[in-house]
Design a protein around this ligand. Structure first.
Ligand code: MG
Length: 368
């Protein structure tokens, strides 16, 4: 099988809540998503999506994804998309770094392989584990009382796991965590995610001030070393996200006992292939994971569902249904949340059918 055409689309994804806010006053109103379609000479087309969380969350941004794809796509014409190891080695040799650029291409190749073999990706990723995948809800940064109200509201929609966006003023964040903890019910999970927004002394102050609560602290500071310094001074369970950007960092952090849980984002590590490598290593090492991406619509949500649903439930801390945060559906067949959980499709590949009227006119078409 050979790649004949790679088509690139850009889609705006506005938010149901109007605005998503997190650490350091950062926010996004409309997400800039890129969809890639890889067509082959046997009639199969695979789809992938990459959607950075604005230009200032990770070293990634929407136009950057498309510029990188423009670099790689012409070189991929004629290659076999089902030889995904070769495709990834080729991309890594052709473009150093820029892992997020490769994510949508890798995802589309997996979709082709699933369609070619007639299997859903979660079967190719090791097999379906359990009935469904429990989801967390990110609680956008707002004043404390509003965030507590939003925890209640999203509980009514079925969520039992809540990730508070903190990383602002330390005193305000202590209030936010306490207000949310006050409305928590038995069995629910609360995470305070600073998204790198705290200085180490503030992070230590917050962790000390909420030490009596049942709460996880996630990615308090920007650098790994600062996070480790905070980790060593709190007994609260600890999650690393932004710093775990590949296998090397996972191994280092595991060796240092730097975290109890990681947050595995597909595009942050360069695509489903590399996320699988990390996922499988975490399963072997007994490290629980939140499985998600930086952001996305229906195609990213489907990819998350397959990766998460093929992960043993005991090591699946949570996952995300990004398609329920946004007002636009870019594909039919994507997982739909029910009672705070989702299921991977049983259809071949990702199991999604992109809506051409929503994708609109391609930004670019690459062919031989
Ligand atoms: Mg996080």
């Amino acid at each position: 099988m050979r790649v004949t055409t790679i088509t690139v689309y850009q889609v705006d994804l506005p938010l149901n809540e109007g605005r998503y806010s997190w650490a350091d006053g950062k926010y996004v109103d409309v997400f800039d998503s890129t969809v890639v379609a890889i067509a082959t000479d046997n009639g199969i087309t695979g789809f992938g999506e990459v959607c950075p969380l604005g230009p200032f969350y990770l070293p990634a941004y929407g136009p950057g994804a498309r510029t990188g794809i423009a670099e790689l796509a012409p070189q991929l014409i004629g290659q076999d998309p089902t030889e995904i190891g070769n495709i990834n080695r080729f991309m890594d040799a052709a473009l150093l770094g820029h892992p997020y650029v490769k994510s949508a291409i890798d995802m589309a190749c997996w979709d082709v392989l699933g369609k070619e073999t007639g299997k859903p990706l979660c079967s190719l990723f090791g097999g379906r584990c359990g009935e469904e995948v429990a989801l967390y809800r990110a609680i956008s940064q707002r004043p404390a009382a509003e965030m507590a109200d939003n925890v209640r509201g999203y509980r009514d929609q079925g969520y039992r796991k809540f990730q508070l966006k903190v990383g602002g003023d330390a005193n305000d964040d202590i209030e936010r965590i306490r207000a949310a903890a006050d409305v928590l019910q038995a069995g629910e999970v609360l995470v305070a995610d600073a998204n790198t927004g705290w200085l180490a002394p503030d992070a230590i102050r917050v962790a000390n001030a909420v030490a009596d609560l049942d709460v996880y602290i996630e990615q308090p500071c920007g650098t790994y070393e600062k996070c480790l310094a905070v980790r060593e001074r709190t007994a609260l369970p600890f999650i690393l996200d932004e710093n775990i950007d590949g296998l090397e960092m996972l191994l280092r952090a595991h060796h240092d006992r730097a975290m109890d849980v990681i947050n595995l984002k597909i595009s942050k590590v360069g695509g489903l292939s590399k996320a699988l490598q990390i996922r499988d290593l975490c399963v072997s090492l007994g490290i629980p994971m939140t499985i998600e991406d930086s952001w996305g619509g229906d195609i990213v949500t489907a990819a998350i569902a397959h990766l998460a649903h093929s992960t043993p439930p005991s090591l699946r801390f949570s996952a995300t249904d990004f398609n329920s945060y946004v007002t636009v559906s870019i594909a039919a067949g994507a997982p739909q949340r029910q009672n705070g959980a989702m299921r991977a499709s049983t259809a071949p590949g990702l199991g999604v059918d992109p809506r051409s009227e929503v994708l609109g006119t391609p930004l670019a078409v690459y062919s031989g």
